[in-house]
Design a protein around this ligand. Structure first.
Ligand code: NDP
Ligand code: 8X3
Length: 251
């Protein structure tokens, strides 16, 4: 079996970082993307003992930079077999009447437009090769809306729609397209949502056992490792203690 290369956005933390580690374990070469270069350098150092690794530093909101960075990739990284569209976050948790429009911009620009810019830079090479696999990281927030989740939920509903649209439009090009939609995962997600308020962030995952980034990473690898004709189109995963965005069995 030939060695595959994966490009992972948001590889500096959480689900993206765990996926990078899982892929390295499975012998998949890596293009690690993010804005925090020191973190990317550390992961590159660790994982380059196992596979070929390079890093790309860009903000997914910067359309021009995204294209430049991806187009600058040289062999063996210029053929992306697997794209993990993972970069994203929630910014704020507020009612629509109290929400901050800068937070709305961040969520729409990163979670939705950023995912499109990265995909746009990669899809042409997948079409040309008649091969590829795109995994969009959605969320349970893309399947239902919870109080104060308004715009974050809208951004993840958009990811759900884009995932479906991509699969329709890329049908016939032998490109697998699917979404992995986790419930609550203990990462830096809530720290970002609450703008560095770690006390508030920690509370989110207290009193029950939430998913860990590694749980999701293993699922992402499972999705990529099915036989070539099998496309897992849409997968949702939650902790056993979570039944919906608002029903969580906390002790
Ligand atoms: P983390 O905060 O731990 O990781 C987010 C990653 O996204 C970081 O690597 C960050 O890198 C990157 N990122 C954020 N903004 C940008 C940007 N503007 N440009 C480039 N990269 C960016 O959170 P998670 O690992 O939990 O989140 C990963 C994905 O999983 C997100 O799409 C999130 O919505 C989704 N998700 C998370 C869940 C959870 O409960 N944790 C549940 C369901 C889905 P850097 O800051 O270095 O740029
Ligand atoms: C992250 C899951 O429920 O915190 O997408 O919005 S949740």
């Amino acid at each position: 079996m030939s060695t595959k290369t994966a490009l992972i956005t948001g590889a500096s933390s959480g689900i993206g970082q765990a996926t990078a580690r899982e892929f390295a374990k499975q012998g998949i070469n890596l293009i690690l993307c993010g804005r925090r270069q020191e973190r990317l350098d550390e992961i590159e150092k660790e994982l380059s003992k196992q596979v070929e690794v390079t890093t790309l530093n860009f903000d997914v909101r910067d359309k021009k930079r995204v294209k430049e960075a991806i187009n600058s990739l040289k062999k063996p990284f210029n053929q992306v077999d697997i794209l993990i569209n993972n970069a994203g976050n929630a910014h704020g948790l507020a009612t629509i009447q109290e929400g901050d429009s800068d937070d709305w911009d961040a969520m729409i620009d990163i979670n939705v437009k950023g995912l499109l810019y990265v995909s746009d830079a990669i899809i042409p090479q997948m079409i040309a090769r008649n091969a590829g696999h795109i995994i969009n990281i959605g969320s349970t927030a893309g399947k239902e809306v919870y109080p104060k989740g308004n715009v974050y939920c809208a951004s993840k509903h958009a990811v759900d729609a884009i995932n479906q649209g991509m699969r329709l439009d890329l049908n016939g090009y032998n490109i697998r397209v699917g979404a992995v939609n986790p419930g609550m995962v203990e990462t830096e997600f809530s720290e970002v949502r609450f703008k560095g308020d770690t006390e508030k962030a920690d509370k989110v995952y207290k009193g029950f056992k939430p998913l860990q980034a590694q749980d999701v990473a293993e699922i992402i690898y499972f999705v990529t490792s099915r036989p070539a004709h099998v496309n897992i189109a849409d997968l949702m995963v939650m902790s056993v203690d979570q039944a919906s965005s608002v029903v969580v069995n906390k002790k």
